[in-house]
Write a protein of this length. Sequence first.
Length: 405
Amino acid sequence: MEEWHSGSVGVLPDHHLEKAIAEHVISGVGEDIPGGNVQPASLDLRLGDVAHRIQCSFLPGERKVQERLDQLTTNTLDLTGDGAVLEVGLPYIIPLLERLRLPSNMRARANPKSSTGRADVFTRVLTDAGARFDDVRPGYVGPLYLEVIPLSFPVRVRRGLTLNQLRLSIGDTTLSDAEIRQEHARRSLLAVRGKPVGRQQLQLASGLFVGLNLRQSKAQGVGWKARRSAPLLDMTQTRHAEPRLFWDKVEREEGSRIILQPNSFYLLMSHQEITIPPHLAAEMAAYDPTSGELRTHYAGFFDPGFGYRDAEPGVGSTAALEVRAHDVAFMVEHRQHVCKLTYERMLEPPSMLYGSSGSGSNYQGQTETLGKHFRVDPATTRQGAVKAEESHVDQPFDLSPSTLP
């Protein structure tokens, strides 16, 4: 397949995604792709008609995904109408309503939407003859499938619901650490209480490290811990679920720290405010900082415009972090670096920024970690409640990469 925008390098912005749809690089299966699914630097992907309950997770190897489904499917659920309930801890494969016809110089990468990760629903995309989850090789022609595993709550889903996103790019789009420093010098990428983090305090290693905020008052709490034996979460509705049925508030201990309980899921907030300027996109990388004890944040996209205010450089928005300890209890402290942002250059700035009117953004300027499915009590939010802290210099925390589960 011939190249697309030969010689160009960058992540495709919204207007190029619309062009890709018009030229059938991305197409809907039997129906058009809704215009509202096009985001500043990504496309929301829709669930199809049926969910396959499978024996185990898999990669297709040299085969088509459908061939593996014919071998491993134990039951199918109809997602049309009111949809169906996906049970905790069980893997499902759902054919998506989009398919790809990528040019030879274009690749794609998928990630769960922020609301999906905050509900502790693990997702990853598969392609025919795909060797990796979430990565779509250049020139791929074929369908897309989504593996879905609810990890804390049973969830209701239905046809057309969007649980993950796809980002298309051409060439090597990743910024080096030196380039990230240069970008931060031009306009702050990371700030604390509206003040840019000093150049010498930036911690970089193939990306920019972000730490935890564990210094809220007892009344506000520092985050949430998923409850065991929670009721059904209907992911087709917004701002409807009662938080106390699903979550316990997490309070900090003396010394601005908390102890994470094994195999429990936590929603915490970043200490720093993040800004993604219009000419860049970012991804929060999933990392294991402690050789197995702790996993922080599902990989997730940050679109151009997140935390960006043209008239207020350095203001930014905090990020919600999804954290899970594994086999043993694990202590984390205020400002501890537990995840990092990798940055990519855009092919062009998008015509619509994250958080702008009509963008459908849910988390610009967020002060609460709960996702859009939960009702928010103003009395429990962090809006305007961040207390002044003593000045400090962030200390580095050693992190090493891990694989996705």
